[in-house]
Design a binder for this molecule. Structure first.
Ligand SMILES: [Zn+2]
Length: 569
């Protein structure tokens, strides 16, 4: 019996299904793909068969063609395109977006901005604030900073604020400059710049950093009934979910709390297209913790859609604002070594108390000392409560002293990292902490080499939600313009296959789902994306241009680009 079973298992899937007489037909089949399964037992394949929410077979196109039943099975011909597990963003501040926000990301022609502002003004009452952003002038055809003239003529009676992609500068119109009293004679505030025309000396409409604090919008607030307000929030959720599925993000892990009931309503309405984990704030209040245990029963780990995630705490701030908790003072400001959000003893008590009740804990830790404290507290919890499969998480794990790197693996702590932070922050990071400490910054390769489990995410909306940017950052460590050279601390670069693995299987592990999500393997949830470019072979300047052609969540095609010909029947 045993021997027969082994023979059967080693035969191809087609043979197995025929031999067992279970030639189950699929609901959806993907053929002719370059399938990167992230499954060590079968790293590549051509085809995937799906029934209901799950993958039922992985194999060659000829094998799985047999599972197609004419007239009922939908077929996607991947045409040689790359097929990978759906992206699982392990750290994303996801929630309803402002339905009126003007999205300007990836704009190349500045005149588009004029058109979009004109359209939004037409939908608004005079005096209502118009907001938008994510423009990046380096992507404009002329690569020039935009000026107020671009929007003034279409917004004479409305204040307009359009943020740059990095959130560090804004473009405002003349309405705002007037309301704020900003003229050619206004001096730059401390830590800010009012950009001025070199010829006329007039403000151009660009306000950088602290100059944004001068803004007085002079807006007339929109009046809405509670019902209108509710409808806007609902619409905001739909916009956010649309963005996620268009980017191939099939799983979302929200650090801290969010509205469970809103997602439940979305699911009931058939609108939930990404799986959601939601947590709560870490506390040592045992009464509150008991309530969280009840909540966890409602949204258990065994669920696949809306689940209770982990308890989140902050131990420090950020490098950018000089509030990351460091062992030694900042290189560019020796007066400070950052800020702890609470005394260590209090933090440790919270961790030990929540750990004892079986919670998973995730701590925002940026500075080397903040990370050290986080690991110390997790270690203390293990000492006091015993070793268990706790999978506590170090959210960001941004700067580490070398001796702390092996502790991740030893303590089973997950390094939950956001590769785009590295390429956004590297410019000022080295200035702030110096070259020696920078060696332990965003050190995903060192962590992986030391046996740590990694999970990748974005920290959206701090960074864009697009996983391609994170993959690009992880494998190049270069800025988004593709600077020359080998990248920042190139010894920390990893291979694309690994970056995808941390963004799929690694993230699934961080939420205790690696046995049913994050790989393309029979029995696993059918969360799959098909991409328009082969991330494994394209040059690095093509990575961020890669787009999703199909997103499949739980066996359902939730997004198909216009790039596919007719949709599968
Ligand atoms: Zn965050």
């Amino acid at each position: 019996m045993m021997k027969k079973l082994t023979i059967l298992l080693s035969a191809s899937i087609l043979m197995l299904t025929i031999d067992c007489g279970l030639q189950e037909k699929a609901d959806l089949v993907i053929l002719n793909g370059k399938v990167l399964t992230i499954d060590k037992e079968r790293p590549t394949a051509e085809a995937i068969a799906i029934k209901g929410e799950n993958i039922i077979a992985v194999g060659t196109t000829s094998e799985l063609s047999a599972l197609v039943e004419k007239g009922t099975t939908k077929v996607i011909d991947a045409g040689g395109r790359l097929v990978i597990p759906g992206f699982n963003d392990a750290h994303v501040h996801f929630g309803p977006l402002d339905p009126d926000y003007i999205e300007l990301r990836y704009t190349t022609d500045p005149s588009t901005i004029t058109g979009k502002v004109r359209a939004q003004v037409a939908r608004s009452k005079p005096g209502e604030l118009i907001r938008g952003g994510h423009w990046e002038h380096e992507m404009f055809i002329d690569k020039k900073w935009p000026t107020k003239e671009l929007i003034d003529k279409v917004s004479p009676q409305n204040p307009v604020i359009l943020s740059r992609a990095d959130g560090h500068s804004v473009l405002v119109n003349t309405y705002i400059l007037k309301a704020s009293g900003i003229t050619k004679n206004t001096p730059d505030p401390f830590g800010g710049v009012i950009q001025k025309d070199p010829v006329t000396g007039e403000p151009t409409g660009i306000l950088k950093e602290n100059a944004e604090n001068l803004i007085k919008t002079g807006e007339v607030k929109a009046e809405r009934t509670p019902e209108e307000e509710q409808a806007r929030i609902w619409q905001g959720y739909l916009i956010a979910l649309k963005e996620a599925r268009e980017l191939g993000v099939t799983s979302i892990q929200i650090p801290g709390s969010a509205d469970f009931s809103a997602y439940e309503k979305l699911q009931k309405d058939g609108k939930l297209t990404s799986r959601i984990d939601i947590g709560k704030e870490l506390t040592s209040d045992t009464e509150l913790l008991k309530k969280y245990l009840e909540l966890e029963k409602l949204y258990p780990k065994e669920g696949n859609w809306i689940r209770f995630g982990y308890l989140k705490a902050f131990i420090d701030g950020t490098i950018g604002s000089g509030t990351a908790l460091m062992f030694e003072p900042f290189t560019d400001n020796p007066a400070t070594s950052g800020l702890a959000m609470m005394p260590y003893e209090e933090f440790e008590k919270m961790v030990v108390t929540a750990d004892k009740l079986g919670f998973q804990i995730g701590v925002h830790a940026i500075g080397d000392k903040g990370n050290n404290w986080t690991l110390n507290a997790f270690e203390k919890a293990e000492d006091e409560n015993g070793k268990r499969n706790s999978r506590h998480r170090d959210e960001h794990a941004q700067t580490l002293q070398p001796s702390d790197i092996p502790r991740f693996s030893r303590l089973g702590v997950i390094a939950s990292m956001q590769p785009t932070h590295c390429i956004s922050d590297k410019k000022f990071c080295e200035k702030r902490i110096g070259s020696e400490r920078a060696k332990g910054a965003y050190a995903w390769k060192s962590l992986a080499d030391a046996g740590a489990k990694l999970a990748f995410g974005t920290d959206y909306q701090v960074e864009p939600l697009n996983p391609m940017e994170g993959l690009y950052a992880a494998v190049t460590r270069k800025d988004r313009l593709g600077e020359d050279g080998e990248g920042w601390h190139p010894e920390q670069k990893i291979k694309m296959e690994k970056a995808i693995e941390y963004y799929t299987l690694g993230s699934a592990y961080s939420q205790f789902m690696e046995e049913r999500k994050g790989m393309i393997r029979p029995g696993f949830l059918a969360d799959i994306v098909i991409l328009d470019k082969d991330l494994i072979t394209i040059p690095e300047n093509e990575i961020m241009k890669t787009k999703v052609d199909y997103t499949i969540t739980g066996g359902k095609v939730v997004y198909a680009s216009g790039n596919n010909g007719p949709l599968p029947r």
